[in-house]
Every structure is written in structure tokens, then in C-alpha cells.
Design a protein around this ligand. Structure first.
Ligand SMILES: [Fe+2]
Ligand SMILES: [Fe+2]
Length: 263
């Protein structure tokens, strides 16, 4: 569902930036963010439909995980529905109006990451940073052509290269959005792997943040269990064993926590 502007927005010299009723896109948000006088929290957004989407998504995920964790739900609700005044929140809203599976995947990854971190007794502040970064981990996909994201067959080599740019594009997009370094690290590092085989910077374990190590597991686990247009979904046990068979790439400690949650 697309959001529409609730009023006219002007810059300091009186030039119209966004007219009332105009659709809110990634480009218009970027334009508005450049002007200090514009209060982005006033932009009219379809929160109620987002809340319904979130509730439905939570139900599906709880079925897959068979867990309930009020702390995790509280953190996610705070990020999704009570952070409209934060500059980065506009990207969460834009994601929610983009390709459906990209948004539901983002919520799933945030929830799985938070469940792991809550099990590890992370503080509320750390859970917030982790949750925000996990929700926005694929924000760079907003700049990847839809025909690539929605392709129903495996990607060719050129398309894979274009898609792999979403980490850097995501980090560039959120520059100036007052996102913490911990959250930003998740966006740029979630496709790195502990043995240095990941991208974009082939970082090894000591240079990858702990948050990103959690999110890379949640991201891969969700991609395997939720399936993709060209790949059927697999069960949680099979997904876990696929990840455990790559223990040089993923943190054993966090995989064990995930296993505990699943059993
Ligand atoms: Fe990604
Ligand atoms: Fe992802």
C-alpha cells in the first residue's frame, strides 16, 4: 500500500517540495530529509494497515518457531509504530510499501535476531539497536530493480552482482539518518562470513560485529525456511543443519542458541 502526503511541504525559500496527496516514495523522502524545517513525523502514513501486516507476520513466525517472547514483541512494536519521529523510520515505512516479501523478510529477520539476543540477555538498548539494524538490513534493496528482486528463476551472474550491491547502497542511503554505528554495521556486514568468504568487504570474524553475526544467521535461516520465488521453503530443522554444516561461516555460539529456541 502506498502512503500519501497529508499536506504541502515547502523548503526555506518557499519552493514546493511535496504536494498534499502526492505519493511518498524513497526519492521524495530523501528530498524532504535535506530540509531541517520539515517535520517528517507529520507525513500521513498508513499505520493501521502496517499494524495488521505486523500482527499477521508475527502469527506466521510464531507458528514456525513455536515461541512467544513479550520483550521481543515490545521492542518491535516500539520500532515499527512508536519511532515515527526518527529519521531512519521513514525507510521502514518505505520498505513496508515496497515488495511484500522484502518487508515480511525484514520483520522475520528482526524477530529471529531479537529472539536470539533476548536469549543471550542483551540489554533493552542493545535490543533496540539490533532490532533497528535487522529491520533495515536489506534497505539497499529499495535501490535494486524490482525485476531482479521479483525474478521467478535463479539470478544470472550479472544480476547476482547487482543484487550484492544492496549492502553498500543500504549504508549510503541511511547516511544522515542518525542511525547508531551498531545498527549501521548490520546493514553493511550481514552478508560477510566469519571465514572471509562473504561480501562486500570479505571481513573475517574479528572484524565483524556481534550484531551482524546474529543477523547473518537470522537472515540465512529465514531465507531457507521462507523460500524464494525460485526456491521452495525448507523446514526449520533442515535449515539449522544446513547452517551448522557451514560452521566456518556462522557463529557456533549463536547457532546453538537458535537450536535451543527451536527445540
Ligand atoms: Fe541482504
Ligand atoms: Fe535479507
Amino acid at each position: 500500500m502506498i502512503s500519501f502526503s497529508s499536506k504541502d511541504y515547502y523548503n526555506e525559500s518557499g519552493t514546493l517540495l511535496l504536494a498534499k496527496g502526492a505519493p511518498i516514495t524513497l526519492e521524495t523522502l530523501k528530498k524532504l530529509q535535506q530540509y531541517k524545517g520539515v517535520d517528517l513525523s507529520e507525513v500521513n502514513l498508513n499505520c493501521e494497515s502496517e499494524r495488521k501486516k505486523y500482527v499477521e507476520q508475527t502469527r506466521k513466525l510464531k507458528e514456525r518457531f513455536n515461541v512467544t517472547n513479550d520483550l521481543v514483541s515490545d521492542i518491535l512494536i516500539k520500532i515499527l509504530f512508536e519511532s515515527k519521529h526518527k529519521p531512519w523510520w521513514m525507510y521502514i515505512n518505505t520498505l513496508s510499501n515496497y515488495i511484500d516479501w522484502v518487508y515480511t523478510h525484514s520483520i522475520d529477520v528482526a524477530m529471529i535476531s531479537l529472539i536470539i539476543a533476548a536469549e543471550l540477555k542483551y540489554s533493552k538498548k542493545s535490543l533496540m539497536e539490533l532490532g533497528i539494524g535487522a529491520l533495515l538490513h536489506d534497505v539497499g534493496k529499495l535501490l535494486i530493480p524490482k525485476r531482479i528482486l521479483q525474478k521467478t528463476h535463479p539470478l544470472n551472474e550479472v544480476e547476482k552482482i547487482i543484487l550484492s550491491q544492496h549492502c553498500e547502497l543500504g549504508m549510503d542511503s541511511i547516511t544522515g539518518c542518525s542511525l547508531s554505528e551498531a545498527s549501521t554495521n548490520i546493514i553493511i556486514q550481514h552478508h560477510e562470513r566469519l571465514d572471509g568468504s562473504g561480501y562486500p568487504n570479505k571481513l573475517k570474524t574479528e572484524h565483524i560485529s556481534e550484531y551482524a553475526k546474529i543477523v547473518m544467521i537470522a537472515d540465512s535461516f529465514d531465507a531457507i525456511t521462507a523460500g524464494r520465488p525460485y526456491r521452495k521453503a525448507r523446514g526449520p530443522e533442515e535449515a539449522l543443519s544446513i547452517l551448522k554444516n557451514q560452521d566456518e561461516k556462522f557463529s557456533n555460539e549463536y547457532l546453538e542458541v537458535l537450536e535451543t529456541i527451536l527445540t
